[in-house]
Structures are given as C-alpha cells and as structure tokens.
Ligand binder design. Sequence first.
Ligand code: FES
Ligand SMILES: [Fe+2]
Length: 347
Amino acid sequence: MFIRNAWYASAWGHELTDNGMLPRKILGTSLLFFRKSDGEVKVLRDRCSHRFAPLSLGRREGDCVRCMYHGLVFDGDGKCVEEPGRKGVSPNTDVPSYPAVERHKLVWVWMGDADKADPDLIPDCHQHESPEWASIPRTAHFKANYLLVLDNLLDFSHLSYVHENSLGGSKTIAETRPKVEQTNKGVKLTRWYLGEPGFAPYLKGYERFTGPVDRWNIYDLSTRSNHFSMSSGSAPANTGAPEGKLAPETMVFHSNQLITPEDENNTHYFWTYAHNFALENSELTQALAERISAGFQEDRDMIEAQQLVVNESGDDKMAFILADNGLTLGRRLIEAELAAEAAEQGR
Ligand code: FES
Ligand SMILES: [Fe+2]
C-alpha cells in the first residue's frame, strides 16, 4: 500500500537526455519518463494501449513516442496521434499520463488524483541549487519495502552499530534518547551528542578543529513524499552550538533523502549530502558523496537481509524497545494517511 496523493522524487533531471527515454517503476506502475524539445518532462504509463508492449521499447519521434510493435504514436500527454494505415485513430487508444515537475534537480511525479497535484506541495530541496551549498546527486536502490527504509531513518541508534566505523563511531548515539515531535508533515527528531571525544569516522582527514566535539542530527521526515531533510554538524564542544551559536570552524551539513517506493519489495533512494563550508573544495564534496554512499551500503546490507527474514516470519510480532518511539510515530502517521486515502476512494 502506498500513499498516492504525494509528489515522489523519481529521477534526477540529468538522467533525462534530450532524445532519450527513461523507464522506471514507481509505486508498482511502470512509467516512461522523457524530455520534450522545450525541456518539459513528460511521464506516461510504460504500456502501449494496443497490446501492452512497453513504450520504452519504442522510439522517440520529436516530442512523441512511437510504439515499435505495431506503430501507434503517442504525444507527451499520452494521446494517441497516429495509427498506421488509418485516418485518425481508433477509440480508447490513449495511454495514462501523470503530472510531473522538475525542481531542485529532481523529477517529481504525482501518481494520485491529478486534480490535487499542487506543485507547492513539492518538498523543499533548494540546497541542490543554492550557491551556499555543495553536493553531488546520488541514487541508491534497496531490495526492501520502503517502510523498512523509513524505520531505519527514524531510529539513528543504528548509527552506533551498523555504521560503527563510518557514519557513527560512538556508542553515545545509541544511548541518547532523541526528542521526537509530530509536525504537520510527519516526524521531527532532534539528537545532540555533546562533548564527544572526536568526529564521526566519515569526516577523517577533513576535520576543521581538534578537541572534543558537539555533534547533532536534527531532521524532519515527511510521511507524504518520504522526504528526509536533515541538518547535522560538528562544532567545538562548549561553544554554544545547542543554543544556535556556531563557531566559525563548525562543520554544517544538510542531507536530503527521498525514499520512493518502486513496488512493495523495492525502493528507490535519491539523496545528497551537502556542505556549506569550504565550498571550493570539490575533493571534500566528492569524498562526502563516496563516504556517505558507503554508509548507505551498510544500511542496504542490513535492511535487505532484514527483509528476507521478515518475509519468512509471517505474522510473528516484532518486539518494541525504548528506541522505537520515532518509527512507531512515523508508522502510525503513514497508516492513518493510507486509511484516509482508502476511505476517500471507497476502498
Ligand atoms: S502494442 Fe503498441 S502498437 Fe501494438
Ligand atoms: Fe543508516
């Protein structure tokens, strides 16, 4: 089950080349993404209306796509505009199209009620285009249900264990109880680790100061678009970071992570990890992308293995522990939104 009335990040804009076609499954439906000659992005169901051949096996003809089975041609809105050997086209030959917007370097698609597709609801990922931040767009893919990925993000106690030698590096993280709040979009978590003896391992070689560190992770997870928006950082201990006073050598990062269900068993993961200091240091930008990516592979290994065990466990109940308050709230909000959408559609 997926929340459908939401904008989902589905591709990076750079994946859509001028004359290309990008097939990608989102919320269990195979879609075809392409860019028109005026730059506009179009999204069609990747299924010809005639005999259900994938349109992604077709070819671009200007701003249209020709199905290369029996030759029907569709425009960017899914309208069938040509049927070989016939004047006009047969009835019921259009294919579904979906609202799409390119913003903040991402292509967002709306798979729900098209009347509700308000672009103002697109999550804020302005850091991707801001001159005040530097980051590299990255994508991952998990063979797991998206809810297990959201659970992972809503409980950072795993940083102490899954990421012992990468993103975490301190058992304080698992021992710290975060502040958990419900927001109008989802869940907000605030975690401070004060006076840590050093930096997280992934920052090795890029430290801007020596001595003890006040570290933080403060993030929102929107349960609509599955947008995880996190401020994190490392400041010299006892210089006032928790009160908002940032010493000049403080290292501040912002991460956007978009968790988009491919289907019930697979998840797309679009992410950035931006820094707002040493902007000219492209080696740092690259190193962050590589090291965070390695960290996410640690998550992926654990979550994919967890999914296999979940699959064989049927109705067996999981135990709840003290660290679960964030993920419990997140799951509750998602269930409520799924129920509200189902009620609206009389399901
Ligand atoms: S399946 Fe596409 S034209 Fe026949
Ligand atoms: Fe993780």
